[in-house]
Write a protein that binds this ligand. Structure first.
Ligand SMILES: [Zn+2]
Length: 259
């Protein structure tokens, strides 16, 4: 089984030494990793890790939590980071009205600016949305970016929200949240995703999946549990789900992996 962890925070010190984390995941069948980022500094560190490990790719972006700290000239810096040979996406970017760590109007502006950059650079986008679903769709729509360039990461929508994101042609990624006991609504949505639109991730070091939810530090190797649970939900085998999600991740992020 070949899996890709499409969203893990390898820059987080809890996932150090990163070489050991990658080796453990490699033994579990994880063949590639996309290092998610939340700030400019973080994105530069991620590019460094991606430069050292051939199986690691990186993103660059300003998370809604940090929108208020983006600062003058952040878009120019982001464009430089996006030009790194291992950069495969702008992200994670979006709106978070649960924590409201940045004012909502600032979140919307920073999200829109980064969507416009991704559109101009023809890069895919990893979107974070929490308690801001309608506004997230509205900002995406106003940006004019193609829906096929959008990935809703760690998606928690139910069937209605799932249909809405599929309507714009977006991809959907599930994390350990989809394995939690109280996540039947999310799983009902996951059952609706076409085979060519579903992707998986860990969001490590956060969100350890069942049955290892008690692991305080989630690791990319646990993406196998996400695959197993989603396969059951979608009435297929983990092997088939792994093939589908890996092929989708390679297509969405245009990964230059040998077959
Ligand atoms: Zn994340």
């Amino acid at each position: 089984m070949k899996l890709i962890d499409t969203h893990c925070h390898l820059t987080d010190e809890r996932l150090s030494p990163v070489g050991d984390v990658l080796a453990r995941a490699g033994e579990a069948g994880v063949v590639a990793f996309i290092c998610a980022t939340a700030r400019i500094g973080d994105s530069a560190v991620a590019a460094g890790i991606a430069g050292r490990y051939k199986q690691v790719y990186c993103t660059a972006g300003v998370h809604p939590h940090d929108a208020k700290n983006a600062g003058e000239g952040y878009l120019e810096r982001l464009e430089e980071l996006a030009a790194h040979p291992k950069n495969v996406a702008i992200g994670e970017i979006g709106l978070d009205y649960h924590y409201d760590f940045s004012p909502r109007d600032v979140q919307r502006r920073i999200f829109a600016e980064q969507l416009a950059l991704a559109s101009r650079l023809e890069k895919p986008v990893a979107v974070h949305t929490r308690e801001a679903f309608e506004e997230t769709l509205a900002v995406i729509s106003e940006s004019g970016i193609a829906g096929e360039r959008i990935l809703f990461h760690s998606f928690t929508g139910g069937p209605d929200e799932t249909r809405r994101v599929l309507d714009i042609g977006a991809y959907v990624s599930y994390s350990g949240i989809a394995t939690f006991k109280n996540a039947d609504v999310i799983r009902a949505g996951a059952a609706l995703i076409p085979d060519d639109r579903i992707i998986i991730e860990t969001d490590a070091p956060y969100l350890s999946p069942e049955p290892v939810r008690k692991m305080q530090i989630n690791e990319p190797l646990n993406v196998v549990h996400v695959a197993e649970r989603l396969a059951a939900v979608r009435r297929t085998t983990p092997e088939t789900l792994a093939e589908q999600t890996t092929a989708n991740a390679i297509r969405f992020f245009a990964l230059d992996m040998e077959a």
